[in-house]
Ligand binder design. Structure first.
Ligand code: PEP
Length: 254
């Protein structure tokens, strides 16, 4: 981890969560130590249907609430879509854009992701921009060049440490229980840092770079210790309060 950057641990509930699952969120809030916010920022990116209820419950406490995607436009004839303004209105403070599941399932391109990040900023949200290579690309030795290309195409000019977070999520590590070696994560995060500093100068040096892909309480400490890892984007393990609290604990102690 870069010593001067406060880590963010963001949970991504994906398409999981009914009203009955709010209890798990309440358990998380209740389990967060009073002084956590001094060392770690915590967030759950919930399905749109739950954002308002969770944000009301979270209030101004240690847990923020985010969305998982937004449309590039503020409003209009886009049936089924949700705008960044709507997420902000519901109480979100951030939104994930460019998750590999959106890129794969909905054919989202880097320029789509860039437009969504700009929409997030327009609504006053932090854009959590996801990048990451597939297994085939890693095996071909192309992981770093793929991620550098995604960063170049997906991160808009004007990105700052305040309005943008980058999440490196190797596609093959998502939901599989597999993780890259600490050395591979270090190499990728160093390459991302260099690319962002090259393009954004100081803003790139202080932007949070999260690692995501099968983060669990058992491996969180090791991943957090990697240079240039400034937090985690957590899928499956964010659905259970005990697991998510365990990850927050590992990050608060590093
Ligand atoms: C994710 O999809 O953002 C993710 C990191 O999932 P998991 O932790 O389940 O691998």
């Amino acid at each position: 981890m870069s010593a001067r950057i406060k880590p963010l641990v963001a949970g991504n509930w994906k398409m999981n969560g009914l009203k009955s699952n709010q209890a798990e969120f309440y358990k998380m809030i209740a389990g967060i130590p009073d002084d956590l916010a001094e060392s770690v920022d915590a967030m759950i990116c919930a399905p749109a249907t739950l954002i308002a209820a969770l944000a009301d419950k979270a209030g101004k406490g240690a847990m923020a609430v985010g969305g998982q995607d937004c449309h590039a436009e503020a409003s209009g004839a886009h049936t089924g879509d949700i705008s960044a303004e709507m997420l902000a209105d519901a109480g979100a403070s951030a939104v994930i854009v460019g998750h590999s599941e959106r890129r794969a399932d909905h054919g989202e391109t880097d320029s789509d992701v860039r437009a969504k990040a700009q929409a997030a900023w327009r609504a006053g949200l932090v854009a959590i921009i996801c990048v990451g290579e597939t297994e085939t690309q890693r095996k071909a030795g192309d992981a770093v060049s793929v991620v550098e290309r995604q960063l170049e195409g997906s991160v808009p000019d004007g990105a700052t440490a305040e309005n943008t977070v980058i999440a490196y999520e190797p596609v093959w590590a998502i939901g599989t229980g597999l993780t890259p070696t600490a050395g591979d994560v270090a190499d990728m995060h160093k390459a991302m840092r260099q690319a962002l500093v090259g393009r954004l100068a100081d803003a790139g040096g202080s932007m949070r770079l999260l690692y995501g892909g099968s983060v669990k309480p058992a491996n969180a400490g090791e991943l957090m210790a990697v240079s240039n890892v400034d937090g985690a984007l957590v899928g499956g393990a964010s659905l259970k309060a005990d697991d998510f609290l365990g990850i927050l604990d590992a990050y608060s102690r590093s």
